[in-house]
Design a protein around this ligand. Structure first.
Ligand code: ATP
Length: 374
């Protein structure tokens, strides 16, 4: 039976007089969901995960494990009474034991019969594709293989909740990418509710059902990866999840379809709903800016057009990275703020136009003009 994790207004203060490491976070993780805690170093994600595991006692708030059969308040339960499985950054395998013995350890202390233990160990090793290494010692395995064993050891006890603390950060870049889809497959096929801590945006975007973004102990925004990337609610989230450009502006009109933002470089139609009269920043992702589209065609599609000149172009084969210095709009009533007149572009399958020095037009669709507040 799959478990929902409900975190209610949880607080952790390590030391009186210091700001809380986790500051009133409320979050719900649905049964079987793979949910990420993501944020810069020191934002409190490990502290939050360890409170769910029971390693740290919260200063305030509640943690509930909820199934259709009922609800358990685990806030003050010791870790061994929660039925959670944990995987750490350092694999923490016992070097003197074989792979099978390492995986079996959690079952021994649970007094599972020998026959069932053997069966469950092999099942768990099959899931992580390590059955053929059952009799090896951990030091005869690669880092990625050791982390698979650590995952099998967490899964074998059939935890209600699986907790992963930066499980890929000790592995090289290629292996990290390979293991992303592997871990997602394992979590989804086992149906175990999983909380995964990382500071790697790409890891979170590529694996998660839900991402909770934290900053200075607080939950800033929570949602599906695509929703967070395409519709960040703040400048912090827009910047933290990938590259973006910001332009300042003022909302001059607003309707059911979104709003119109006046900037020093022209008007931008946005699909974001925002109150008229507000001073705002607009986020434009480098890959959302289309190069060289004719003004007439773009306007007919409801896209906004900016004029500029290419100041730099780096050809990378399938794409080109460009910098475009925007031209102030003739009728602009506001002036450009320092540093915001050059936009970064990522142009897939780059056309011949757009060499350094060329005058270009950039078109952008309303859903790619994201208003994020001042
Ligand atoms: P990282 O990505 O660097 O691991 P994090 O987001 O996981 O960071 P935490 O380890 O949860 O952050 O730390 C949150 C804050 O709490 C930090 O300011 C940290 O210095 C502080 N902190 C963590 N552990 C303790 C402790 N045992 N005693 C006092 N302060 C602590």
């Amino acid at each position: 039976m799959s478990t929902a994790v409900v975190i209610e207004n949880i607080v952790k203060t390590y030391q009186a007089g210091l700001p809380p490491a986790v500051d009133g976070v409320s979050l719900r993780i649905e049964p079987g969901e793979l949910s990420f805690l993501l944020g810069p170093s020191g934002c409190g994600k490990t502290t939050l995960l360890r409170m769910v595991a029971g390693f740290f006692e919260p200063t305030g708030g509640r943690i509930l494990f909820r199934t259709p059969a009922g609800e358990r308040d685990v806030t003050h339960l010791p870790p061994n009474k929660r039925n959670t499985g944990m995987v750490f950054q350092s694999y923490a395998l016992w070097p003197h034991m074989t792979v099978a013995q390492n995986v079996a350890f959690g079952l021994e202390i649970r007094k599972v019969s020998a026959a069932e233990k053997d069966r469950r160990v092999m099942d768990a090793l099959e899931v992580v594709q390590m059955a053929q290494y059952a009799e090896r010692k951990p030091n005869a395995l690669s880092g990625g293989q050791q982390q698979r064993v650590a995952l099998a050891r967490a899964l074998v006890i059939r935890p209600d909740v699986l907790l992963l603390d930066e499980p890929l950060s000790n592995l090289d870049a290629k292996l990290r990418i390979e293991l992303r889809s592997e871990i997602r497959r394992i979590c989804k096929s086992s149906g175990i509710t999983t909380i995964y801590v990382t500071h790697d945006q790409k890891e979170a975007l590529s694996m998660a059902d839900q991402v909770a973004i934290m900053k200075a102990g607080k939950l800033i925004q929570c949602g599906h990866p695509e929703e967070l990337y395409r519709r960040p609610g703040s400048r912090f989230v827009a910047e933290f999840l990938g590259e973006t450009n910001f332009i300042s502006g003022k909302v001059v009109s607003s309707d059911a379809r979104g709003c119109l933002v006046h900037t020093a470089f022209g008007e931008l139609r946005s699909a974001t709903k925002w109150a008229g009269g507000a001073d705002v920043s607009v986020s434009l992702r480098p890959e959302a800016l289309r190069l060289g589209t004719s003004v007439a065609a773009s306007s007919a599609l409801g896209h906004s057009v900016l004029q500029g000149r290419v100041t730099d172009r780096v050809y990378l084969g399938e794409l080109a990275q460009m910098s475009v210095e925007l031209k102030p709009a003739a009728n602009a009533t506001m002036s450009a703020q320092a540093g915001q007149s050059v936009l970064k572009l990522a142009v897939l399958n780059p056309p011949a136009v757009g060499g350094t020095g060329d005058a270009v037009e950039l078109a952008v669709a309303p859903e790619d003009v994201v208003v994020v507040g001042a």
